[in-house]
Design a protein around this ligand. Structure first.
Ligand code: AMP
Length: 460
């Protein structure tokens, strides 16, 4: 058994104090097993999924080694998606509070490259990004890796799924040979072993018992008739009455159709799939995370790397033929200590998919009758918050405190009725409790933020 106290690690007092201030009481299994080796500077091949605490494992390691006075890029983290890259940067920034002036930059596709180039004029200590865009910067000379000490591949299997193999290899060719390489992957297909053999040096191999197995996640399967999926989904929502639900579909068209149908029936449901433009994707995720939308309907690819805290319910609207996809999907609920529920709909003709899942988990599926679902009268699943957007962001020097100030100073809206605030480059979003949404919108539209007038609107 490894020691799970952070204080057992050779960390500095201020690093430990910062970890404590984040309410990380003990190490998660992946942290306990990998951090001693990471802090010794060893290469690591780790099996870890979203929700295992893997980000903190590598972030604590790369920060510990960093020299803040050396203005070179010393750590590079490769991620499959922008959403994951944003989350990783966020977690690194939180852990970096123990250090003076650490610059972390996120470089992903879908954003203007020129702007990113200018943010690289002073080399950031840490760069997080997606392989395609990182390679572009390396080719153009805007990103330099001469001072690189730590290279992290996060969700390496997903990066391969998304066709980033060549880009990853080209990036690695431009990195110094003398470095620490940390590779995280949820699954271990042959390509992962091959990449590890090619780019790592005697890695420590850590495989943590998956946190997603039936321990904290209750799994229930419902057999349905053809054409009955939406009706049963609504019965599930009525029965379990969850504050937030992610519904997985296999195809993006199905996501949009289902979202439209639920919307018509009075549910606040939003679809997340590859056909949305970046702004729409961001808005969907923000609305779901800040509790102004109750239901997120997503494809697997679109849902990659989304980390939503305390997600009570995941629904497989349709099962995937691949049991690993099932495990990945249900792992979204019940993370970091809280319990969760995963329910799946299947038709008799799809029994093979359920069998594959049973075999994969080595435990029988719990199949419950639809009649066990109890309808509620006058049921409404209305999200507690509303999102307001403001047409000014980071570039306009708008900060979260300014928005909070505008909404609460000299008004009768208490701060506790204001939820999450997200600031993007040119736009900001603030979640407010539904009861005060109208008033908040009026304040933002008619008043000023930082002495300037902005336009505000309510997201649907
Ligand atoms: P990850 O697997 O990196 O996506 O992390 C999942 C969540 O667990 C994140 O929200 C982290 O902030 C949180 N977390 C990471 N380490 C710990 C810890 N030791 N104790 C409690 N929460 C943690």
């Amino acid at each position: 058994m490894s020691n799970t106290a952070f204080s057992s690690l050779p960390l500095r007092a201020e690093e430990l104090a910062n970890i404590q201030s984040l309410d990380y009481e003990v190490m998660t299994p992946i942290q306990a097993q990998s951090l001693p080796a990471i802090l010794e500077g060893k290469d690591l091949l780790a099996q870890a999924k979203t929700g295992s605490g893997k980000t903190a494992a590598f972030a604590i390691g790369l920060l510990h080694k960093l020299d803040p006075r050396n203005y070179q890029t010393q750590a590079l983290v490769l991620c499959p998606t922008r959403e994951l890259a944003d989350q990783v940067s966020h977690e690194i920034r939180r852990l970096a509070r123990a250090y003076p002036n650490i610059k972390v930059t996120t470089l992903c596709g879908g954003k203007p490259i020129a702007q990113q180039r200018s943010s690289l004029e002073h080399d950031p200590h840490i760069v997080v990004g997606t392989p395609g865009r990182l390679l572009q910067h390396l080719e153009q000379g805007s990103l330099k890796l001469d001072g690189l000490q730590t290279l992290v591949l996060d969700e390496a299997d997903r990066m391969l799924d998304m066709g980033f193999y060549d880009d990853i290899m080209q990036i690695i060719q431009r990195a110094p040979r003398q470095r620490q390489t940390l590779l995280f992957s949820a699954t271990y297909p042959d390509e992962i072993k091959f990449i590890s053999d090619t780019i790592q040096h005697e890695p420590v191999d850590v495989r943590v018992e998956s946190t997603h197995h039936n321990k904290k996640i209750e799994q229930i399967f419902y057999e349905i008739e053809k054409g009955d999926r939406t009706r049963v989904l609504i019965m599930l929502l009525e029965h379990f009455n969850p504050e937030s639900t992610v519904v997985f579909c296999n195809r993006k068209q199905q996501c949009q159709e289902l979202a439209d149908e639920l919307w018509q029936k009075g549910f606040h449901a939003l679809a997340l799939h590859g056909d949305l433009d970046q702004r729409d994707r961001d808005e969907v995720l923000i609305q779901f995370a800040n509790k102004s939308s109750s239901i997120l309907i997503a494809t697997d690819v679109a849902a990659r790397g989304i980390d939503i805290k305390e997600l009570p319910l995941v629904v497989n609207f349709e099962l995937s033929p691949d049991p690993e996809v099932y495990i990945h999907r249900i792992g979204r609920t019940g993370r970091a200590g809280s319990s969760g529920l995963a329910v799946s709909l299947f038709m008799a003709s799809e029994a093979a998919k359920v069998n594959a899942i049973e075999k994969f988990q080595d435990s029988p599926a719990r199949i419950a009758p639809i009649t066990s679902l109890k309808p509620r009268e006058n049921f409404r699943l209305s999200p507690p918050m509303v999102t307001l957007s403001i047409n000014g962001g980071r570039k306009d020097k708008v900060r979260a405190g300014d928005i909070l100030g505008a909404l609460t100073a000299n008004t009768n809206i208490p701060g506790k009725q204001i939820g999450k605030i997200n600031i993007a480059d040119n736009v900001s979003y603030v979640a407010v409790e539904r009861q005060v949404a109208k008033q908040a919108l009026k304040i933002l539209s008619e008043g000023k933020i930082k002495g300037r007038k902005f336009r505000a609107r309510k997201l649907r």
